[in-house]
Design a protein around this ligand. Sequence first.
Ligand code: FES
Length: 349
Amino acid sequence: MKQFQVKNINTGITFTVNEGESVLNAALRQGVMLPYSCKNGTCGSCKGRLESGEVHYPFHPPIALSREEIAEGGALLCQAEPMEDLVINAREIEAVRDIQVRKMPARVIEKTLMTPDVIRIRIKLPDAQRLQFLAGQYLEILVPDGKRRAFSIASAPQSEDIIELHIRHVDGGGFTGWVFDELKERDILRFEAPLGTFFVRNDKPERRMIMMGGGTGFAPLKSMIEDLLAHNDTRPLHLFWGARNRTELYMHEQVQQWAGQYDHIQYTPALSEPEDEQQTDGFTGLVHEAVLQQYPELSDLDIYMSGPPAMIDAGRAAFLENGADKRRIFFDSFEFGLDVPVRVLAKPH
Ligand code: FES
């Protein structure tokens, strides 16, 4: 298959595009975050400049690029396919502030009970709409009474028009009760996304990663791991997933499968109230204690935590005492019990 080299003079990054592939898809496939929104040539978010080389538009003319813009060197990178090596000048997303936050509708296409307390829903964006986000970010569902309800995105950014959410039932939690009892497939939800600053840092790729999740705090970690796998990123990572009992580890087999298949992924389940002896093949106790048992010295590890505030607070304090670098602890903390959750966003503290 023919391949072309594309250099972005804005950042100095070079990537490869296969014949018949758009510049944007090739960039995203290789972890180069060019901005986009619709991916079908109508919104203009992916506009860049062609400094040298020639492209063609197999589905042309692209709606969001005028003849005048083409004549002046403009290119619509979601549609443009190289005919030779290119030099482009395009903005790349370096931080969450570079990603457009949008309000969108989505249709519920799947609702699956994972445990008596956790539902997985998949929602689909309208045709021709895409959501660009960083693995680990969250969305807020806009509830008709004006409230918002935040959920981490559990699917990876590669799945741009279908988004997966893991929703835990909260006693007395009006919205989650409604999701469990009344929300149906084909219903429409409105949400705002992407939000939050919880994402995998790539500035120190030599550092190993610990990911620690509590309950449905697994959701953004799942998105991160799937995204790392999609980019063939083999940085060692060790996932610790805590819950009261095995039933609450609602995707335990999936994580075991990752750990069996990939040498760089380790998995330790931590159960605080295991139901019987078969459930103690991981760690018995709190999840941050499981981390410390295996990593009594944490100074060369990046730590990503997601879960309820009590877990995050206990973990953070204990990890700092054991040498963790406070600039390399990233977390997403949310309170399951509130209808509008208090979120402490993932700033290193
Ligand atoms: Fe919308 Fe390219 S992403 S025009």
